[in-house]
Design a protein around this ligand. Structure first.
Ligand SMILES: Nc1ncnc2c1ncn2[C@@H]1O[C@H](COP(=O)(O)OP(=O)(O)OP(=O)(O)O)[C@@H](O)[C@H]1O
Ligand SMILES: [Mg+2]
Length: 387
């Protein structure tokens, strides 16, 4: 666990970090994001003692960093910098080995470990161990940088914009790999980026810094849905939420107050309610609002005797989703040949709202049109769906 307690830092008289309170949990993928010069690198460097904390306290696993011996640090904290930060006059193997020697890694195991690490980052050890950084592509250098940081197996790895110099394909590939690696090794990763898409893709929590202050620190989902201020909103950018359908849930987009009916009504009454409300289906609930099934207009129409019980027509031919279900899952589960209402229920089947195909369409259209226009349009579509 890494704890910042009221930490402030300045270069000469110029404050760079202001009263930072922050706890990074073990095994967390923690992403720091903010505009250039806001203090991200300063924060990172204070964790591995490249800069000394001037005010406040910084603890790693309960121990103040200034009490951790410098030669102990590599066993605790690995560091990956932009463009790999490899020593150009050392080979790949020597670059990795250097950190291992400083950390006091058993020398008889070093060579074997280098092989293991190069395999881990998907570089063929025989081909690459004796090459110099200038002989490698940017992505390969970055992989060596990651191998070096992981070599002595430190529980914490700091990564300062490690992928920013890479082309989008290599970048996406390395993002996937580091995500998998972090989950597998359960390391605490503190990762700095400028790129909100990268942050959303990787983070358990995103921490947004503005001029040395933490403005928001939360899960990607909550940051997308409830940005703390305009700076965060600007950082997120327009329509980002809609570009991440895994963060949009049924409960966020559903319509509330579906037209319901209790069991025990007659067919005539059910038809009457449908006519009045302009709907072609009714959701049947019990006394505690739990969904029992759906009545479809088409089926009720076949009934000759209106005084018969509507319950006879109670259908389980519908797809319901839970409030937590993501837009992505909704889209992949609903059958596009089936028309009509999609009830939204909680785990205990309590009915909380509903979706229709047109409401889903409205939601998705927000990805392509500005937010405010989408709102107006969806209003129209909602109204059309209801009548
Ligand atoms: N050694 C230094 N001496 C004086 N000022 C510095 C020094 N290092 C950084 N600064 C200043 O401190 C502020 C924070 O720098 P820092 O490197 O932490 O920002 P950053 O968020 O990492 O920016 P970037 O996204 O550009 O890497 C900046 O205004 C920078 O100019
Ligand atoms: Mg920086």
């Amino acid at each position: 666990m890494i704890e910042f307690q009221n930490v402030s830092m300045a270069y000469k008289d110029r404050p760079v970090l202001n009263h930072v309170d922050l706890t990074i949990q073990d095994s967390e993928f923690f992403v720091l994001i903010g505009s250039s010069g806001c203090g991200k690198t300063t924060l990172l460097k204070s964790i591995n003692k490249l800069l000394n904390v001037q005010k406040g306290k910084l603890l790693i696993n309960g121990t103040p960093v200034d009490r951790i011996k410098t030669n102990q640090l590599p066993n605790l904290v690995g560091y990956v910098v932009q463009a790999g930060g490899l020593f150009p006059h050392l080979t790949v193997e020597e670059n990795i080995t250097l950190v291992m020697r400083i950390a006091g890694y058993p020398s008889e195991r070093i060579s074997e470990r280098v092989t293991e690490m190069l395999r881990m980052v998907d570089l063929d050890p025989d081909t690459y161990r004796n090459q110099y950084p200038s002989q490698l592509s940017g992505g390969q250098q970055q992989r060596v940088g990651v191998a070096r940081a992981f070599a002595v197996d430190p529980p914490i790895v700091l990564m300062d914009e490690p992928f920013s110099a890479l082309d989008p394909m290599t970048r996406a590939e390395l993002q996937d790999e580091i995500h998998t690696l972090q989950k597998k090794t359960k390391k605490t990763v503190v990762f700095v980026t400028h790129d909100m898409d990268e942050a959303i893709k990787l983070a358990d929590r995103i921490c947004i810094i503005q001029e040395g202050h933490i403005v928001q620190c939360d899960t990607p989902e909550r940051i997308l849905k409830a940005p703390a201020n305009q700076y965060v909103t600007d950082f997120i950018g327009a329509n980002r939420l809609w570009a991440n359908p895994e963060y949009i849930r049924a409960r966020d987009i559903m319509r509330r107050r579906p037209i319901t009916i209790s069991r025990g009504r007659t067919v005539l009454q059910a038809l009457q309610i449908m006519r009045q409300s302009g709907v072609d289906s009714l959701l049947v609930v019990d006394g505690r609002d739990r969904l029992l099934g759906v009545l479809w207009l088409e089926e009720l129409m076949s009934e000759k005797d209106g005084s018969g019980s509507a319950e006879t027509y109670l259908s389980d031919d519908y797809v319901a989703v839970e409030g937590d279900t993501t837009l992505k899952e909704i889209i992949s589960t609903i059958d596009y040949d089936v028309s009509g209402i999609i009830p939204v229920i909680e785990h205990d089947r309590t009915l909380v709202g509903f979706l229709t195909k047109s409401s889903l369409l409205a939601t998705m259209s927000r990805q392509f049109v500005p937010e405010h226009t989408a709102g107006e349009r969806s209003g129209v579509i909602w109204a059309a769906a209801a009548h």
